[in-house]
Ligand binder design. Sequence first.
Ligand code: NAP
Length: 503
Amino acid sequence: MLFGRDRICAVVAAPSAAEMARQLRRALRSTRTVELRLDWLKSDKERLLFIGWLQLHAPRATLLATCRGRRAGGRFADGIPKQMVFLQMAALSGCAWCDLEIETAALFRGAELKAFLGRVGVLVSYHDFHGTPRNLGEIVRRLERCGGDAIKLATQCHSLADSRRVLALARSHRRIVAVPMGEAGLPGRVLALREGSALAYAAVEAATAPGQLSLDQMKHLYRADQLNRRTRIYGVIGDPIGHSLSPLLHNAGFQARRVDAVYLPFRVRELRDFLRVIGPLGIAGFSVTLPHKQRILGCLDDCEPLASQIGAVNTVVVRRDGKLYGYNTDYVGVLRALERRVRLAGSRVLLYGAGGAARAVAFALARAGAVVCISARRREKARALARAVGGEEVDRWRLKREFFDAIVNATPVGMHPDTEHSPLEAAELNCRMVMDLIYRPRKTLLLQRAERRGIETLSGVEMFVAQGTAQWEIWTGLRAPVVPMRRAVLAALRAEEKSSSER
Ligand code: NAP
């Protein structure tokens, strides 16, 4: 191994020597390969203090020193002579590698660079924080001409196609570190080691580059260093995708059942961009979320009849011959969640909202034998959906006078950050049970109002977990480990709620 046994490289970056030392100790609990960002230290005094500390405490680990200048996206503002002196000192204090940007490295001739830094490995790096240039091959040749021991190429990816071109370098070159940056590059960061990159970076605390994952995510959520060519790749496509809980849910399932698979978030603006990487990345299946749930139907080879009736697909299986088959598990999810609490056959259920999720819920309720009543701010939409499922449209003013076995909110009203709102008033909650499809927060104002009236409540978390476990079962053919999957989602939601209440 070029950089030692651990190929996930933790990035230690802090303004003070004491913070750097603390982060380094923390990083070493997960990996023995660590980059030390000397340029993040706020002054030369702190740099000297930290290098002095390293001399005394140098851990048994592969340390890479970086003191990147501003031109290359770093924070070091002084000139090249001083930058080289700090790198030289780091090399003498236990760092086995120095990362030197091409802007500096290209100023040295032939063997000068290695002679200057002494017996350390030199990683010559190229960064582009604006985009992924067309001429990557030429850039690689320029990096190689600098006479280092390995090269690194980190570019901002605006599409999955960009990310694929960066990863292709890792496949075709040895001694290369390939870093697709940005949100679109995130799956590529996880898959880089599988594709042959010598390292993949992860932040111990603050991210030092766009799209950089935390060490915990890289090591424990995505297990980037365990992935190989046989690992099955799944994911979720959507835009935005950053807050999706699906990676937590599915990866918890794979880990609990020891399935060699990983689930990644793909930020997809245009479906075409994603469809082109399915084959090359070997994607075996994917979840679909907003805004692609309807549009994906036009890209499928086939689809379960119910999903095409609903007009939305949230789950796709990529068959061996590359054909795409679609399902709708929102439908299964709401049924699994509700049926545990309410006998749906013959019951009267009010659905508030008539959008995409409402369609899946309406079809599910109708299939289960419930009388489906629909109310929405746009009456024509409520009427059309009611007609499609053989239900009835209910005007809003009637809600205070009518009784339902259950009421389901299928609007985003009350969702984080607008948690002070409720789609329905307390006086409109005349029912045995209220379900909110929203799961951020777990207890919406609507559910609080219902509870105050002594009505049973059901959070959207249950539907989320149920639609996800149904996807997991379709892909793996195994029974989903529901308990650890739900636990992972609940823990994340609890942590989010705690941190937003502390703000
Ligand atoms: P959508 O297609 O945009 O539909 C939203 C519906 O809510 C539409 O009927 C819309 O009416 C209505 N609406 C929006 N703002 C409103 C307001 N201020 N007052 C009254 N009605 C309003 O969205 P969706 O995909 O159906 O999602 C709806 C909710 O379900 C979201 O909160 C989503 O997070 C949640 N969801 C949860 C799960 C789960 O697994 N728990 C799964 C899917 C969705 P107009 O047509 O008039 O705009």
